[in-house]
Design a protein around this ligand. Structure first.
Ligand SMILES: [Cu+2]
Length: 388
């Protein structure tokens, strides 16, 4: 299945360089075309193969699903009582942090790109806000001035007998060469950024992100295979009395989720992104991350976030009626907190021996309420679809 939205990264020996580069070289006319062929070959040589591979994802096997309420946190790793109904309201595993007012969230009236909290995002945003915008401005201003000058200077009244010049080699070389140089100057740092974004260093934590109509599931294959089901939190007026609803401590409307994607700060986190049904897209603006979630295919990206906090994103591919209601809430926590959170979900730190008793399922109370719906026996989440 061809993924139309993945950036065109190919192995260096693919036809990108051999056929296109060769054809440019043979068909090139003059200095300009040679330079163009050189630029493309250079760009292709800088590429490495994307790690994404095509493999059908296994149907999600929900193992640890909890339905946190706004109640006090339970001690980490306490197995739920056998009789979940007799237990008090299900408690969140750790104290979720309150989101910041200006980082990781959209700000009303703000223009431009969200503040970046990854090194790559910072580089990309700086490149956009600096050189790219300056170039855009200079080129637009130059074209506008040239147009204005031509309209005034060569209007019929001022220039009754127009020149019949039709060719000028020097001008043609310049107006071809300069745009090519501008594009090369943009392409080289851009391709370098893309390469860095899609070539993850060895991961400390791997999260398999699965899009579903219309919620996300996050699996931690190296941490005991736990899975978290994340649904949007509804407003108070939209839920039955007694059900959990969004508060400002959860996040902004339409962005708050009942379960967050928890990752450790300062660690390389690799996201393997796929889908159970249609194409979704996993996007977190503050991380400079946006990658498609395709059924039957694994896409891969990574982040390293040093600053603990809560960062919000959304599904960014039209995926059906409730596309706008599948937020992504990422909480970046210190490593100790991350391990406590893992333990509360029945997981273990990477490399640790999973405990023999108490399968992860037993660690979580049965889901209750609208916001805690689990895929039933490997099927797609009809319950969620109906309830949402
Ligand atoms: Cu979606």
């Amino acid at each position: 299945m061809r993924d139309w939205n993945v950036p065109p990264i190919r192995p260096p020996n693919s036809d990108l360089r051999s056929s296109r580069g060769a054809s440019f070289a043979t068909e090139a006319i003059g200095v300009t075309m040679k330079l163009m062929g050189w630029a493309i070959a250079l760009a292709a040589a800088g590429l490495t193969p994307a790690a994404a591979s095509a493999q059908a994802p296994q149907p999600a096997q929900p193992q640890a699903i909890s339905a946190p309420a706004a109640a006090a946190p339970a001690p980490a790793a306490t197995p739920a009582p056998a009789d979940a109904a007799a237990a008090p309201a299900p408690a969140p595993s750790i104290d979720y942090a309150a989101p910041s007012a200006n980082v990781g969230v959209p700000i009303p009236g703000r223009k431009g790109i969200q503040e970046q909290v990854t090194a790559l995002g910072q580089q990309a945003a700086d490149f956009h806000n600096g050189p790219l915008l300056i170039m855009c401005f200079l080129i637009s201003a130059f074209v506008l001035l040239l147009l204005g000058y031509t309209m005034v200077r060569y209007r019929r009244g001022a220039n009754p007998t127009p020149s019949r010049t039709s060719h000028n080699t020097m001008i043609e070389v310049i107006w071809t060469l300069v745009p090519v140089l501008v594009l090369v100057a943009i392409a080289i740092p851009s391709i370098r950024l893309i390469r860095a974004q899609y070539s993850p260093p060895p991961a400390d934590v791997t999260v398999k992100v699965i899009g579903n109509q219309w919620y996300w599931t996050y699996q931690y294959p190296d941490n005991g295979g736990i899975e978290v089901v994340s649904n949007m939190l509804k407003e108070q007026k939209d839920v039955k009395a007694g059900d959990r609803y969004r508060t400002d401590a959860d996040g902004p409307p339409l962005l708050a989720a009942d379960e967050r994607l928890v990752i450790p700060a300062g660690k390389i986190v690799k996201f393997i992104v796929t889908s159970n049904d249609v194409i979704h897209a996993f996007a977190i603006p503050a991380f400079w991350t946006k990658i498609d979630a395709n059924p039957g295919r694994l896409n891969e990206t990574w982040v390293k976030v040093d600053r603990p906090g809560v960062y919000f994103g959304q599904c960014s591919e039209l995926c059906g009626a409730r596309h706008g209601f599948m937020p992504i809430a990422v909480e970046v926590v210190p490593e100790a907190t991350f391990n406590a959170w893992l333990a509360s979900k029945g997981g273990t730190p990477k490399g640790a021996k999973p405990s023999t008793e108490a399968a992860p399922v037993a660690a979580a109370p049965a889901p209750t309420g609208d916001n805690a719906v689990a895929p039933a026996e490997g099927t797609t989440n009809q319950a969620a679809t109906a309830q949402n």
